[in-house]
Design a protein around this ligand. Structure first.
Ligand code: PLP
Length: 360
């Protein structure tokens, strides 16, 4: 039986990448050492790090001249603190779009920073069933605007970046390299790797180099983009294995045609599931169609016992981890880059059959 993993994260990785990891696990590039044992100061690792940075910039259509790539730890959650610490220097005032749980978590962490005004300028609370519209009137005296481009739990995503005349910061954790954006409109992008890029334990930050020199120098080193960048992400021991897997995934993404090609496939996969939801009248998804996520699709039958039967039966059929987030209940299908089209087809077919078997 083919197994498909619909988990929201840590999530499925491309089969080819896992096969390569397995093949060279005990002997990395003829060194006789495992990648798990390799020094972050070795030529092998520094070469790998440089390649990973270059591949990432290439995929995002960004230049090394303008953008720095940092490979960090602490998850996207640590970025909720690092971003304001490093970027909120001029106005000491930051703006947030509250598109759901993760945006709220980011705001809550920013509020813990002394003397920082944190303002919610748009929200889709309490239902979070659409992406809030962002409109700025007058001069925007904020150090930055923070967006969470994809709402992993409620299943909404931002389709078009707002035309805002201020630095843009994006938490792209759950549609990183899965949905195409003009990445150069962002001043800083961050993403936890465990959904679209690598095993948990790696966080990617892509930041405009012009901002680095304006950042405070008095921050503790591990919280300072400036100091981390000056040491090329190796201020301490970086997550070597995660960066290695990220590099393989980035190579795989290039071989698939890059971010726009991935988005096209992700659209097809998502479409298959949304079609069943909309056409059967058996499943429900509360999100405004224009704002629906390509990567996380929450749905329910409207009956929690039946939802549980769905999850258990799907698991037995090899469709794993479809249980919804604890905040929403029901089901959630996460269709990140590494989920093959065949996985979405298998889920679509299962949903159709389940609806037939359980229709009243
Ligand atoms: N931001 C978004 C959009 C997420 O979906 C998540 C986790 O699911 C996070 C942040 C938190 O990520 P981490 O677990 O890497 O701290």
């Amino acid at each position: 039986m083919t197994i498909y993993n619909f988990a929201a994260g840590p999530a499925t990785l491309p089969d080819q990448v896992l096969a390569q990891v397995q093949a060279e696990l005990t002997n990395y590039q003829g060194t006789g050492l495992s990648i798990l044992e390799i020094s972050h100061r070795s030529v092998q690792f520094t070469t790998l790090l440089a390649q990973a940075k270059q591949l990432l910039l290439q995929l995002m259509n960004l230049t090394e001249r303008e953008y720095e790539v940092l490979f960090l730890q602490g998850g996207a959650t640590l970025q909720f603190t690092m971003v304001p610490l490093n970027l909120a220097n001029k106005f000491h005032r930051v703006a947030f779009v509250n598109s759901g749980h993760w945006a709220e978590r980011a705001m809550a962490e920013a509020k813990l920073i002394p003397d920082l005004a944190v303002e919610e300028i748009a929200t889709s609370a309490p239902q979070f069933n659409h992406f809030p519209t962002v409109e700025f009137t007058g001069p925007a005296q904020y150090d930055y605007l923070h967006l969470t481009t994809n709402n992993t739990i409620f299943g909404t995503s931002l389709k078009q970046l707002p035309a805002a005349n201020l630095p843009l910061v994006g938490d792209l954790s759950s549609n990183f390299l899965a949905q195409d954006y003009p990445f150069d409109h962002f001043d800083l992008i961050y993403a936890g790797a465990q959904k679209n890029l690598a095993p948990a334990g790696l966080t990617v930050v892509v930041v405009k180099k012009s901002l680095l020199s304006q950042m405070p120098t008095a921050l503790p080193a591990m919280l300072s983009y400036r100091k981390l960048a000056a040491k090329d992400s190796t201020l301490n021991t970086p997550p070597v294995f995660q960066i290695y897997v990220a590099k393989l995934v980035l190579e795989w993404l290039v071989s698939q045609g890059g971010v726009s090609a991935m988005e096209a496939i992700n659209r097809q996969k998502a479409q298959l599931i949304y079609e069943v939801i909309d056409q059967t009248n058996f499943y429900h998804n509360p999100v405004r169609p224009a704002d629906r996520s390509l990567t996380n699709i929450p749905f329910t039958t409207g009956n929690s016992a039946l939802d549980q039967t769905f999850i258990t039966t799907a698991e037995q059929a090899g469709l794993k981890n479809l249980k919804g987030h604890r905040l929403t209940g029901g089901m959630r299908a996460s269709l990140y880059n590494a989920m093959p089209l065949a996985g979405a087809v298998a889920l679509r077919d299962f949903m159709l059959q389940f609806a037939k078997d359980h229709a009243e």
